[in-house]
Design a protein around this ligand. Structure first.
Ligand SMILES: NC(=O)c1ccc[n+]([C@@H]2O[C@H](COP(=O)([O-])OP(=O)(O)OC[C@H]3O[C@@H](n4cnc5c(N)ncnc54)[C@H](OP(=O)(O)O)[C@@H]3O)[C@@H](O)[C@H]2O)c1
Length: 333
């Protein structure tokens, strides 16, 4: 049987999720977005396919979900749980499981303890599962480093770093880290919340700690702009010397017993693409990759998590609660 999905949010990431879903044999049956430029348009055209899908993007999630009766809602509209909360509540009311890219939903109990309780209760009332995940938070700076600790006898320290070339990322990501701003404008926009940088350092720290059975006593998050030391040009972007070429951010968690968990993100125009995980203990381990394309990987992770979520118990869950993630065969062939 086909898995039927509704896209909720057809921006850069929603469009990628749509294309990956189709490629993997998931049947798209509806789509919701509030952007007037997309509402009423054919989904196939909006997500960049060469042909129409015969599905019009709607601004009305209630009607779309009750008419389309999907198995899963793939949600990608925003980063902050308080803002997307009504969307998630509405989607769950239709009796459908939801997977969302909302970063603060990946470990919602830290920033939004009250909303977490409400979402969990609501999910259980409607017998559905709600999961927040993506490349980060949700996989590369949390699930992966926690899994990498499996061969250790003793553990004292973890540092997970992700470095990426921001010129290879979608425009919305470049905008949210303030690429090309002057440092003064960056600081103003960042302090006013107009740009956020990466969201989810603390969520990653808490996810790691919860997987490893550790209690976080204190977590600190910091982000700084990285200033271009020379002009950086790409096909679409010009960053002049002295402007913001990226960000470096850190989440530093201290556990009750003194163990330390650090996650770091460096997003830099022309930067190297790699992930590195350092685990200290007995034995100590260092692992390094050649990078993971974040936007596509987020879409893949959402689609690969569909079977885990469809088979999970009802409630608000984290990626730690829904069975071992992996690439999954989604068709019956
Ligand atoms: N966890 C992860 O690893 C991960 C990875 C990648 C992205 N993300 C997050 O995923 C989210 C989507 O990213 P994106 O780059 O695709 O953003 P985007 O391009 O801004 O797309 C979001 C889309 O959702 C629409 N939208 C906003 N509020 C809505 C609502 N109430 N109902 C229906 N549609 C709504 C937006 O319309 P308007 O433009 O009109 O507002 C826009 O079309 C972001 O918050 C991003 O940070 C997370």
């Amino acid at each position: 049987m086909d898995i039927k999905a509704v896209l909720y949010g057809v921006g850069a990431i929603g469009a990628l999720i749509g294309r990956v879903a189709i490629k993997r044999g998931v049947k798209l049956v509806g789509a919701v977005d509030i952007d007037p430029a997309k509402v009423g348009k054919d989904l196939g055209i909006v997500i960049g396919l060469e042909e129409k899908l015969g599905i019009k993007i709607s601004k009305d999630p209630g009607t779309t979900l009750s008419k389309c009766k999907p198995d899963i809602v793939l949600h990608a509209t925003g980063s902050f749980l308080d803002r997307v909360y009504p969307q998630l509540i509405g989607a769950m009311e239709s009796g459908t499981d939801v997977i969302s890219t909302c970063e603060t939903l990946a470990y919602p109990y830290y920033r939004y303890p009250k909303l977490s309780k409400l979402l969990d209760t609501h999910a259980k009332i409607h017998d559905v599962t709600l999961l927040g995940c993506g490349i980060n938070p949700g996989f590369i700076l949390d699930l992966l480093p926690a899994i990498m600790s499996t061969p250790l006898i003793e553990f004292t320290f973890l540092k997970a770093t992700r470095c990426l070339d921001v010129l290879k990322r979608r425009r919305t990501f470049q905008r949210k880290i303030g690429l090309g701003l002057t440092p003064r404008v960056w600081r103003r926009k960042y302090s006013e919340g107009e740009i956020t940088g990466h969201v989810g350092y603390a969520e990653s720290v808490f996810l790691i700690a919860s997987m490893m059975g550790l209690k976080v006593k204190n977590v600190e998050e910091r982000q700084e702009p990285i200033i271009a030391e020379r002009d950086i040009k790409s096909k679409d972007v010009l960053i002049r010397e002295g402007e913001v070429a990226g960000i470096r951010g850190i989440g530093e968690g201290i556990c009750n017993d003194g163990r330390k968990i650090i996650v770091e993100l460096i997003a830099l125009a022309g930067g190297d693409d790699f992930e590195e995980i350092i685990l200290e203990g007995e034995p100590s381990i260092k692992w390094r990759s050649s990078g993971t394309p974040g936007d596509l990987a987020t879409a893949a992770i959402l689609v690969n998590m569909i079977p885990n979520v469809l088979n999970a118990e009802a409630g608000l869950l984290t990626i730690n609660d829904v069975g071992i993630p992996s690439w999954k065969e989604l068709t019956s062939n």
